[in-house]
Design a protein. Structure first.
Length: 451
């Protein structure tokens, strides 16, 4: 065998091994070049076969007939830009007259097969311009977040989307959110990624964990307040409602609505205030909201109404005061009592992990994105962490958060424990924690020289 043959066999074997064990490495080493060639060579024929071409202009057809030339072929959308990424290709297309963005979306599955890609999604950039994102491998099978992500105030990366882009939790754009998921669906890991993303920021974290604190209390060094029972949660929520009223009074005194102040400088929420006066934003994480809504006695019913009323007030009025809600649970429907559907209407962001029934999926997406209901109940049990994320715009995406163990989340919260704000209104609910051990315990088997 010649050297060339041996080299070719080794390259093919390496490519096959990488494609099997490390699809991301295979894509960067071999897949990008092959995919670009396939797209450029097959583009016109694929677009024609998928019905994404338009007839030539009448004047061109008339000119061809007059000059006895061949009739021009149908024209596909024009490629404006072809950009490789770490997970696939991004194709920006200029639509021809008469074409619509829904034509591209409807042909996504046919484009995926024709270009031999793993997935194809599309979105409208502006009128007449469509961005088609193609993924070369299953990016959700082994989630690897990019090393660098866009950083903005109150915006944290929490998961990876099926098109290879990063899914952010932007509290300025979507103040309140609901996260649903059955047992062992990955809901707790998603919550840990939220805490891990918020820990380095200048934000106060408030937790309500009625499972005796087993989920959130290990992260206590980064929390300004924690509640582990419905009774404590009721008092904590009342204190937050009082803080919200104080913040609104501060905004009112600092609105600067005199005639000599430009409109853009008039304060309507905490983000319009000067930095030295701006109150610390607060993110409230509620783990298993059903424990706050269930009751068995009249006294528990009064406590339940108090809790739900406070949550509804915070959801309706808390955004301008810098108070944001993260509600988690297995179900969230009218069977939890009065006020629940009113609270759900204020939770713009929706994330659903694996659900056991269609009714639960309808609770999450039935009122905002009906198309996502079927996708939510089709998540397989073995893909823990896979979820459907949507909002009031009607759009939705498949996402998966990277696996973050409880130990990793605890270490991160300990690292940023010095950034935990002290809020006077919540001082009574500040978790009492001991300082982390700085020295390792001596080994049980010490060598004679050190014993």
């Amino acid at each position: 065998m010649t050297v060339f043959t041996v080299t070719l066999v080794l390259v093919v074997a390496a490519a096959g091994l990488l494609r099997w064990r490390r699809p991301a490495w295979y894509w960067l080493a071999f897949g990008v070049a092959l995919a670009v060639l396939r797209v450029l060579i097959r583009y016109r024929s694929v677009m024609d076969a998928c019905g994404l071409t338009v007839p030539p202009a009448r004047w061109r057809s008339a000119l061809a007939r007059t000059t006895n030339r061949p009739i021009p072929e149908p024209r596909p959308p024009r490629i404006r830009r072809l950009r490789p990424t770490r997970t696939g290709l991004v194709l920006r297309l200029k639509l021809r007259p008469g074409q619509d963005v829904f034509d591209i979306a409807a042909a996504s599955d046919r484009l995926r097969h024709s270009f031999s890609m793993f997935g194809v999604t599309s979105r409208e950039v502006r009128s007449g311009v469509v961005e088609v994102r193609m993924t070369g491998y299953d990016v959700l099978k082994r989630v690897q977040m990019p090393a660098e992500t866009e950083s903005r105030p109150m915006r944290v990366p929490v998961a990876l989307r099926e098109d290879g882009s990063v899914h952010y939790r932007d509290y300025r754009a979507v103040p309140h959110a609901l996260t649903l998921g059955a047992t062992e669906s990955g809901k707790s890991v998603y919550q840990r990624n939220l805490v891990a993303g918020l820990a380095p920021l200048g934000v106060a974290l408030v937790g309500i964990d009625c499972k005796q604190g087993v989920e959130l209390f290990p992260l206590a060094r980064r929390f300004s307040a924690l509640a582990d029972s419905p009774d404590t949660a009721a008092e904590l929520l009342d204190a937050l409602v009082g803080r919200m009223a104080d913040v609104y009074r501060l905004i009112r005194t600092q609105q600067r609505i005199t005639v000599d102040v430009p409109d853009a400088e008039i304060a309507a929420d905490i983000w319009d205030l000067p930095d030295e006066l701006r109150p610390t934003p607060v993110v409230i994480l509620v783990d298993e909201v059903a424990e706050l809504a269930l009751y068995a006695t009249k006294e528990e019913e009064r406590r339940r109404d108090r809790i739900i009323t406070a949550l509804v007030r915070l959801a309706q009025l808390g955004r301008a005061a810098g108070i944001y809600l993260e509600i988690c649970g297995q179900r969230f429907g009218s069977e939890l009592g009065k006020g629940i559907t009113m609270l759900r209407a204020q939770l713009t962001g929706r994330t659903a992990h694996r659900l056991n029934d269609e009714t639960s999926a309808n609770m999450a997406f039935g009122d905002i994105a009906p198309d996502a209901v079927l996708a939510a109940i089709q998540i397989p049990a073995e893909l823990r962490g896979l979820a459907i994320a949507g909002d009031a715009s009607g759009g939705w995406h498949r996402i998966r958060a990277p696996h973050t163990s409880l130990r990793q989340a605890v270490n991160l919260c300990n690292r940023y424990a010095d950034r935990t704000p002290d809020l006077p209104e919540l001082a009574a609910f500040r978790p009492a924690v001991t300082a982390p051990d700085t020295a390792l315990a001596p080994s049980a088997k010490a060598s004679p020289a050190t014993a």
